[in-house]
Design a protein. Structure first.
Length: 357
Protein backbone atom coordinates (compact mmCIF):
# COMPACT_ATOMS: atom_id res chain seq x y z
CA UNK A 1 0.00 0.00 0.00
CA UNK A 2 1.22 3.50 -0.84
CA UNK A 3 0.50 6.40 1.49
CA UNK A 4 -1.63 8.92 -0.39
CA UNK A 5 -2.21 11.05 2.69
CA UNK A 6 1.22 12.61 2.69
CA UNK A 7 1.90 16.06 1.30
CA UNK A 8 1.81 15.61 -2.47
CA UNK A 9 2.63 19.26 -3.16
CA UNK A 10 3.70 22.38 -1.35
CA UNK A 11 0.26 23.97 -1.69
CA UNK A 12 -1.28 22.71 1.56
CA UNK A 13 -0.34 22.95 5.21
CA UNK A 14 1.29 20.01 6.95
CA UNK A 15 -1.40 18.33 9.05
CA UNK A 16 -0.46 17.03 12.50
CA UNK A 17 -2.22 14.77 14.99
CA UNK A 18 -1.03 14.85 18.61
CA UNK A 19 -1.11 11.56 20.51
CA UNK A 20 -0.42 12.35 24.15
CA UNK A 21 -1.11 15.82 25.52
CA UNK A 22 0.88 15.67 28.75
CA UNK A 23 3.60 18.16 29.65
CA UNK A 24 5.68 17.29 26.58
CA UNK A 25 2.71 17.10 24.24
CA UNK A 26 1.55 20.53 25.40
CA UNK A 27 5.00 22.01 24.78
CA UNK A 28 5.00 20.55 21.26
CA UNK A 29 1.45 21.76 20.57
CA UNK A 30 2.28 25.33 21.59
CA UNK A 31 5.35 25.35 19.35
CA UNK A 32 3.36 24.02 16.40
CA UNK A 33 0.88 26.86 16.79
CA UNK A 34 3.72 29.36 16.35
CA UNK A 35 4.99 27.77 13.13
CA UNK A 36 3.94 28.60 9.57
CA UNK A 37 2.70 25.99 7.12
CA UNK A 38 1.63 23.44 9.73
CA UNK A 39 -1.73 22.82 11.38
CA UNK A 40 -2.90 20.64 14.27
CA UNK A 41 -5.95 18.69 13.08
CA UNK A 42 -6.50 16.22 15.91
CA UNK A 43 -5.46 15.14 19.39
CA UNK A 44 -5.72 12.03 21.56
CA UNK A 45 -5.24 11.57 25.30
CA UNK A 46 -7.28 9.21 27.51
CA UNK A 47 -6.58 11.13 30.74
CA UNK A 48 -9.90 12.10 32.39
CA UNK A 49 -8.79 15.71 32.79
CA UNK A 50 -8.05 15.98 29.05
CA UNK A 51 -10.37 13.73 27.01
CA UNK A 52 -13.44 15.61 25.81
CA UNK A 53 -11.91 19.06 26.30
CA UNK A 54 -10.72 21.49 23.64
CA UNK A 55 -6.96 21.28 23.17
CA UNK A 56 -6.60 25.05 23.38
CA UNK A 57 -7.85 25.02 26.95
CA UNK A 58 -5.70 22.03 27.93
CA UNK A 59 -2.44 23.55 26.72
CA UNK A 60 -3.14 26.78 28.57
CA UNK A 61 -4.24 29.15 25.80
CA UNK A 62 -7.46 30.06 27.61
CA UNK A 63 -9.24 29.87 24.28
CA UNK A 64 -10.67 27.10 22.16
CA UNK A 65 -9.08 25.89 18.93
CA UNK A 66 -12.04 23.81 17.81
CA UNK A 67 -10.19 20.51 18.33
CA UNK A 68 -11.64 18.14 20.92
CA UNK A 69 -9.16 15.77 22.55
CA UNK A 70 -10.32 12.22 21.89
CA UNK A 71 -9.96 9.29 24.26
CA UNK A 72 -8.62 6.76 21.77
CA UNK A 73 -6.65 6.68 18.52
CA UNK A 74 -9.51 4.67 17.04
CA UNK A 75 -11.80 7.69 17.51
CA UNK A 76 -9.77 9.82 15.10
CA UNK A 77 -11.64 10.76 11.94
CA UNK A 78 -9.14 13.06 10.26
CA UNK A 79 -6.48 12.82 7.60
CA UNK A 80 -3.00 13.85 8.64
CA UNK A 81 0.55 13.79 7.37
CA UNK A 82 2.23 13.04 10.69
CA UNK A 83 1.31 11.88 14.18
CA UNK A 84 3.43 13.19 17.03
CA UNK A 85 3.44 10.47 19.68
CA UNK A 86 4.33 11.45 23.26
CA UNK A 87 2.95 8.89 25.70
CA UNK A 88 5.70 6.62 27.08
CA UNK A 89 9.44 5.98 27.32
CA UNK A 90 9.14 2.24 26.69
CA UNK A 91 8.88 0.36 23.41
CA UNK A 92 6.50 -2.38 24.55
CA UNK A 93 3.96 0.22 25.65
CA UNK A 94 4.40 2.40 22.57
CA UNK A 95 4.26 -0.51 20.10
CA UNK A 96 0.46 -1.01 19.84
CA UNK A 97 -0.09 2.74 19.53
CA UNK A 98 2.57 3.08 16.83
CA UNK A 99 1.06 0.17 14.90
CA UNK A 100 -2.39 1.75 14.99
CA UNK A 101 -1.03 5.08 13.77
CA UNK A 102 0.83 3.41 10.90
CA UNK A 103 -2.35 1.63 9.80
CA UNK A 104 -4.04 5.01 9.56
CA UNK A 105 -1.39 6.11 7.09
CA UNK A 106 0.34 8.55 9.41
CA UNK A 107 4.06 9.16 9.52
CA UNK A 108 5.06 8.95 13.19
CA UNK A 109 7.53 10.98 15.23
CA UNK A 110 7.70 9.70 18.80
CA UNK A 111 9.33 10.91 22.01
CA UNK A 112 9.59 7.26 23.16
CA UNK A 113 13.21 6.96 24.28
CA UNK A 114 13.54 3.26 23.54
CA UNK A 115 12.21 3.84 20.02
CA UNK A 116 15.23 6.05 19.31
CA UNK A 117 17.21 2.83 18.73
CA UNK A 118 14.71 0.03 19.34
CA UNK A 119 16.69 -2.84 17.84
CA UNK A 120 18.59 -3.39 21.11
CA UNK A 121 15.29 -3.59 23.02
CA UNK A 122 13.33 -5.92 20.74
CA UNK A 123 14.45 -6.93 17.28
CA UNK A 124 11.06 -8.56 16.70
CA UNK A 125 9.01 -5.45 17.48
CA UNK A 126 11.43 -3.31 15.48
CA UNK A 127 11.06 -5.54 12.44
CA UNK A 128 7.28 -5.48 12.78
CA UNK A 129 7.20 -1.68 12.86
CA UNK A 130 9.62 -1.41 9.94
CA UNK A 131 7.72 -3.89 7.77
CA UNK A 132 4.33 -2.32 8.44
CA UNK A 133 5.64 1.21 7.88
CA UNK A 134 7.02 0.15 4.50
CA UNK A 135 3.72 -1.53 3.63
CA UNK A 136 1.79 1.68 4.33
CA UNK A 137 4.44 3.95 2.84
CA UNK A 138 5.17 5.91 6.01
CA UNK A 139 8.17 6.68 8.20
CA UNK A 140 8.54 6.10 11.94
CA UNK A 141 11.18 7.88 14.04
CA UNK A 142 11.88 8.00 17.77
CA UNK A 143 13.75 11.13 18.83
CA UNK A 144 14.02 14.08 21.21
CA UNK A 145 16.75 16.14 22.79
CA UNK A 146 18.16 13.09 24.60
CA UNK A 147 18.18 10.47 23.25
CA UNK A 148 17.95 11.77 19.73
CA UNK A 149 20.37 14.67 19.67
CA UNK A 150 22.70 15.74 22.50
CA UNK A 151 24.31 12.42 23.44
CA UNK A 152 24.19 10.70 20.04
CA UNK A 153 23.38 12.69 16.88
CA UNK A 154 25.60 15.60 17.89
CA UNK A 155 28.41 13.16 18.69
CA UNK A 156 28.03 11.53 15.28
CA UNK A 157 28.17 14.89 13.49
CA UNK A 158 31.24 16.07 15.43
CA UNK A 159 33.05 12.81 14.63
CA UNK A 160 32.98 13.78 10.95
CA UNK A 161 36.10 15.90 11.50
CA UNK A 162 38.12 12.99 12.95
CA UNK A 163 40.54 10.82 11.01
CA UNK A 164 40.54 8.26 13.80
CA UNK A 165 38.96 7.92 17.24
CA UNK A 166 40.26 6.23 20.39
CA UNK A 167 37.49 7.08 22.85
CA UNK A 168 34.32 9.12 23.19
CA UNK A 169 33.06 10.63 26.45
CA UNK A 170 29.73 12.43 26.72
CA UNK A 171 28.34 14.11 29.83
CA UNK A 172 25.04 15.87 30.57
CA UNK A 173 24.59 17.74 33.86
CA UNK A 174 21.20 19.23 34.77
CA UNK A 175 20.26 21.45 37.69
CA UNK A 176 16.92 19.85 38.50
CA UNK A 177 15.86 22.93 40.49
CA UNK A 178 15.13 24.58 37.14
CA UNK A 179 12.90 21.75 35.95
CA UNK A 180 9.29 20.69 36.54
CA UNK A 181 8.25 19.08 39.83
CA UNK A 182 7.49 15.71 38.16
CA UNK A 183 11.10 15.63 36.94
CA UNK A 184 12.40 16.35 40.45
CA UNK A 185 10.25 13.54 41.83
CA UNK A 186 11.40 11.25 39.01
CA UNK A 187 15.05 11.63 40.08
CA UNK A 188 14.28 11.01 43.77
CA UNK A 189 15.02 14.49 45.09
CA UNK A 190 14.31 14.78 48.82
CA UNK A 191 14.37 11.05 49.57
CA UNK A 192 16.67 9.34 52.05
CA UNK A 193 19.35 7.17 50.41
CA UNK A 194 17.49 4.08 51.66
CA UNK A 195 14.18 5.24 50.19
CA UNK A 196 15.94 6.05 46.93
CA UNK A 197 17.50 2.61 46.55
CA UNK A 198 14.20 0.93 47.43
CA UNK A 199 12.39 2.89 44.73
CA UNK A 200 15.12 2.02 42.23
CA UNK A 201 14.82 -1.68 43.09
CA UNK A 202 11.03 -1.55 42.65
CA UNK A 203 11.29 0.29 39.34
CA UNK A 204 9.62 3.41 40.73
CA UNK A 205 12.73 5.40 39.83
CA UNK A 206 13.99 4.53 36.35
CA UNK A 207 16.17 7.57 35.80
CA UNK A 208 17.02 8.64 32.29
CA UNK A 209 15.97 6.13 29.64
CA UNK A 210 18.04 5.96 26.48
CA UNK A 211 21.75 5.78 27.31
CA UNK A 212 22.11 2.34 25.76
CA UNK A 213 20.21 3.50 22.69
CA UNK A 214 22.56 6.47 22.27
CA UNK A 215 25.64 4.25 22.52
CA UNK A 216 24.27 1.76 20.00
CA UNK A 217 23.44 4.54 17.54
CA UNK A 218 26.89 6.11 17.81
CA UNK A 219 28.60 2.76 17.36
CA UNK A 220 26.46 1.84 14.36
CA UNK A 221 27.04 5.21 12.68
CA UNK A 222 30.82 4.97 13.18
CA UNK A 223 31.07 1.31 12.21
CA UNK A 224 32.20 0.17 15.65
CA UNK A 225 31.55 -3.46 16.58
CA UNK A 226 30.98 -3.24 20.30
CA UNK A 227 31.38 -6.37 22.40
CA UNK A 228 29.12 -5.05 25.12
CA UNK A 229 26.82 -2.18 26.06
CA UNK A 230 26.18 -1.94 29.78
CA UNK A 231 24.97 0.44 32.49
CA UNK A 232 26.04 0.84 36.08
CA UNK A 233 23.25 0.82 38.69
CA UNK A 234 21.53 4.17 39.18
CA UNK A 235 23.36 6.00 41.98
CA UNK A 236 22.03 8.75 44.27
CA UNK A 237 23.73 12.13 44.46
CA UNK A 238 23.73 13.09 48.15
CA UNK A 239 23.39 16.74 49.16
CA UNK A 240 26.42 18.01 51.10
CA UNK A 241 24.57 21.17 52.10
CA UNK A 242 20.95 22.28 51.99
CA UNK A 243 19.72 22.83 48.45
CA UNK A 244 16.26 23.71 47.28
CA UNK A 245 13.96 24.26 44.36
CA UNK A 246 10.61 26.02 44.27
CA UNK A 247 9.05 22.69 45.27
CA UNK A 248 11.53 20.65 47.32
CA UNK A 249 14.06 21.40 50.06
CA UNK A 250 16.86 18.84 50.35
CA UNK A 251 18.65 18.65 53.70
CA UNK A 252 22.29 17.51 53.93
CA UNK A 253 22.50 13.72 53.69
CA UNK A 254 19.35 13.38 51.60
CA UNK A 255 19.15 12.67 47.89
CA UNK A 256 19.48 15.67 45.59
CA UNK A 257 19.21 13.63 42.39
CA UNK A 258 20.90 10.84 40.51
CA UNK A 259 23.90 9.80 38.43
CA UNK A 260 23.87 7.24 35.63
CA UNK A 261 26.77 5.80 33.66
CA UNK A 262 26.69 3.67 30.53
CA UNK A 263 29.49 2.19 28.45
CA UNK A 264 30.17 0.69 25.06
CA UNK A 265 33.13 -1.68 25.31
CA UNK A 266 35.48 -3.34 22.86
CA UNK A 267 37.86 -6.00 24.13
CA UNK A 268 37.42 -4.97 27.74
CA UNK A 269 38.09 -1.29 27.03
CA UNK A 270 35.31 1.30 27.30
CA UNK A 271 35.24 2.92 23.88
CA UNK A 272 32.15 5.06 24.57
CA UNK A 273 31.21 6.50 27.98
CA UNK A 274 27.99 8.39 28.67
CA UNK A 275 27.40 10.16 31.99
CA UNK A 276 24.04 11.64 33.02
CA UNK A 277 23.63 13.71 36.19
CA UNK A 278 20.44 15.45 37.27
CA UNK A 279 20.21 16.94 40.75
CA UNK A 280 19.04 19.98 42.66
CA UNK A 281 21.91 22.36 43.30
CA UNK A 282 24.23 21.54 40.41
CA UNK A 283 26.84 24.31 40.35
CA UNK A 284 26.99 24.26 36.55
CA UNK A 285 24.68 22.85 33.92
CA UNK A 286 26.32 21.68 30.71
CA UNK A 287 26.41 19.22 27.85
CA UNK A 288 29.91 18.11 26.87
CA UNK A 289 31.41 15.84 24.25
CA UNK A 290 35.06 14.81 24.27
CA UNK A 291 36.37 12.83 21.32
CA UNK A 292 39.88 11.49 21.84
CA UNK A 293 40.88 11.33 18.22
CA UNK A 294 42.85 12.94 15.44
CA UNK A 295 42.24 15.78 15.87
CA UNK A 296 40.88 15.80 19.43
CA UNK A 297 37.48 17.47 19.78
CA UNK A 298 36.17 19.10 22.96
CA UNK A 299 32.67 20.58 22.78
CA UNK A 300 30.75 22.15 25.67
CA UNK A 301 27.31 23.76 25.78
CA UNK A 302 26.75 25.77 28.95
CA UNK A 303 24.17 25.97 30.34
CA UNK A 304 22.86 22.63 29.14
CA UNK A 305 19.99 22.64 26.65
CA UNK A 306 16.64 22.59 28.45
CA UNK A 307 15.10 19.15 27.95
CA UNK A 308 11.47 20.12 27.35
CA UNK A 309 12.25 23.11 25.13
CA UNK A 310 14.86 21.17 23.19
CA UNK A 311 12.69 18.09 22.71
CA UNK A 312 9.78 20.14 21.38
CA UNK A 313 12.14 21.84 18.94
CA UNK A 314 13.68 18.58 17.73
CA UNK A 315 10.28 16.95 17.22
CA UNK A 316 8.78 19.89 15.31
CA UNK A 317 11.89 20.63 13.24
CA UNK A 318 12.06 17.01 12.10
CA UNK A 319 8.53 16.93 10.65
CA UNK A 320 9.64 17.74 7.06
CA UNK A 321 12.65 15.44 7.31
CA UNK A 322 10.46 12.51 8.35
CA UNK A 323 7.78 13.16 5.73
CA UNK A 324 10.47 13.31 3.03
CA UNK A 325 12.39 10.25 4.29
CA UNK A 326 12.12 6.76 2.77
CA UNK A 327 9.45 4.57 4.32
CA UNK A 328 10.21 2.33 7.29
CA UNK A 329 11.53 2.53 10.84
CA UNK A 330 14.37 5.03 10.99
CA UNK A 331 16.79 6.40 13.57
CA UNK A 332 18.43 9.81 13.67
CA UNK A 333 21.50 8.50 11.88
CA UNK A 334 19.28 7.67 8.89
CA UNK A 335 17.56 11.05 8.64
CA UNK A 336 18.67 14.01 6.52
CA UNK A 337 20.88 16.43 8.47
CA UNK A 338 18.55 18.06 11.02
CA UNK A 339 18.16 21.80 11.40
CA UNK A 340 15.79 24.44 12.69
CA UNK A 341 12.82 25.17 10.44
CA UNK A 342 12.39 28.94 10.52
CA UNK A 343 10.34 29.43 7.38
CA UNK A 344 7.05 28.07 6.09
CA UNK A 345 7.14 24.36 6.90
CA UNK A 346 5.14 23.27 3.87
CA UNK A 347 7.87 24.65 1.60
CA UNK A 348 10.27 22.04 3.01
CA UNK A 349 8.09 19.12 1.86
CA UNK A 350 9.16 17.29 -1.31
CA UNK A 351 6.70 17.60 -4.21
CA UNK A 352 5.91 13.93 -4.30
CA UNK A 353 4.07 11.22 -2.44
CA UNK A 354 6.02 8.51 -0.73
CA UNK A 355 6.25 5.19 -2.44
CA UNK A 356 7.54 1.80 -1.51
CA UNK A 357 10.54 2.19 -3.76
Amino acid sequence: MVNLRGCESTSSEVRVVLVGVGAMGCEIAKLLLRKKGVRVVGAVDPAPDKAGRDIGEVIGLNRKLGITILKDIGDLNVEADVAIHATTSFLNRAYPQIIELIKRGFNVISTCEELSYPFIVSEELSKDIDALAKKYGVTVLGTGINPGFLMDTLVIVLSTACQDIKRISVERVIDAAKRRLPFQIKIGAGLSPEEFMLKVSRGDITGHVGLKQSIAMIADALGLKLDRIYEEPIAPIIAEKEVKSAFITVKPGLVAGLHQLAYGAIGGENMITLSFKAYIGAAEEYDSIIIDGTPPIIEKISPCIHGDIGTAAVIVNLIPKVINAPSGLKTMKDIQLPSAILGDMKLFIAKRSKSLF
